[in-house]
Design a protein around this ligand. Sequence first.
Ligand code: PLP
Length: 419
Amino acid sequence: MSTLWIHRYAQRTQRMTSSAIRELLKLTEEPDIISFAGGLPGPELFPVEELREATETVLEQKGRKALQYSTTEGYRPLREMLVRHMARYGIVVGVDNVLVTSGSQQALDLIGKVLINTGDKILTENPTYLGALQAFTMYGADYVTVPIDDGGMQVDLLEDALRSGPKFMYVLPNFQNPTGVTLSLERRRKIIGLSDRYGIPIIEDDPYGQLRYEGEHIKPLVVLDAEGLDCQHNGKYSGNVIYLSTFSKTLAPGLRLGWIVAPTEVITRLVQAKQGTDLHTSSFDQMVAYEVGRGGFIDRHVLRIREVYGRRRTLMVQALERAIPDAEALGVRWTRPEGGLFLWVEMPPSVDTVELLKEALKERVAFVPGRYFFANGGGGNTIRLNFSNATEPQIEEGIARLGRAVLRAVQAQKAAVTV
Ligand SMILES: Cc1ncc(COP(=O)(O)O)c(C=O)c1O
């Protein structure tokens, strides 16, 4: 291989980690492994037929427009549909507040591009979404973190973290990735109050908000912010929150369609940044998503997704209770998410879950060790489990297998301590 390139990589590439976990996770793709590792939706729920019909309609009626270059902001009828859709959740914004992105992941990257200088501190929940850490780290971010418990970010610890002067806070209020926990209304209000007091804006990442299986919808931060400030004029939003969401969990992630809501001047900057990245998100995909969504199909489809994932969530919790009956005595605990795709298991501190993954792979079951979601280290005794991708029989069988590996690991640790 030519070595010419190696000395020419930009400094920022030094912060890119090639993780050993990749090698381990490759094993999770072997056919007899039951994997709870990826964050994948259940593929049997993808609306293939509806997307086929919508694709045909778009090609027949607007084929030449769909296949042409388009505006960076996104397909206007789709943005208008998003505005109507968000208004039902109390998010009142104008079309000019909305930028269509190639998935929320691109939104995170564009935010990094526009807002982060090398050495800037970003405040995150601990643990938080790995993809955000990857995106922000490329722009030189350092992290100040606030731990979470069953009620989400521990806001009584937030004020101290804010005093260190972060550029912005990155918050996942609903069914957080990786833990599945939800930020209570009281804590949301407190975050908004502190954001205002310290002048630190918020990125609210909400891919899962619609996937609630029990309990009541809680107002997003962007709504609480708009209520507190006088920041809605002529239907436009000009507050302190940038809100992100996506079609990845309600339609299909392969479409790569997400969106950003932000004050119009921030949208202008993000648009400039996006031009250098990909000019615009696929016009064809946007028009297909609009076509499939305009008659209300996505709302009906979300009801079906909630039903199926809600059952899988309940089944996984019950299977864990059966597989690790003395969990409390053993120091093992897991979250009981009200929605989303993930639950989170904590082992006794002495258990190393990378080692546990090796044991689990012998049982032909996989998960992601939790440490990768911690910005500044820690979490070596935690794991993330996805419950949306596996079928019900796979969840039953996979958790029974995982239970055996966990019991072996915990008991081995206990024996080591008593020797
Ligand atoms: C919290 C969070 N943000 C963003 C994303 C990226 O989603 P996408 O790029 O598919 O819209 C994910 C994907 O799992 C996620 O969990």
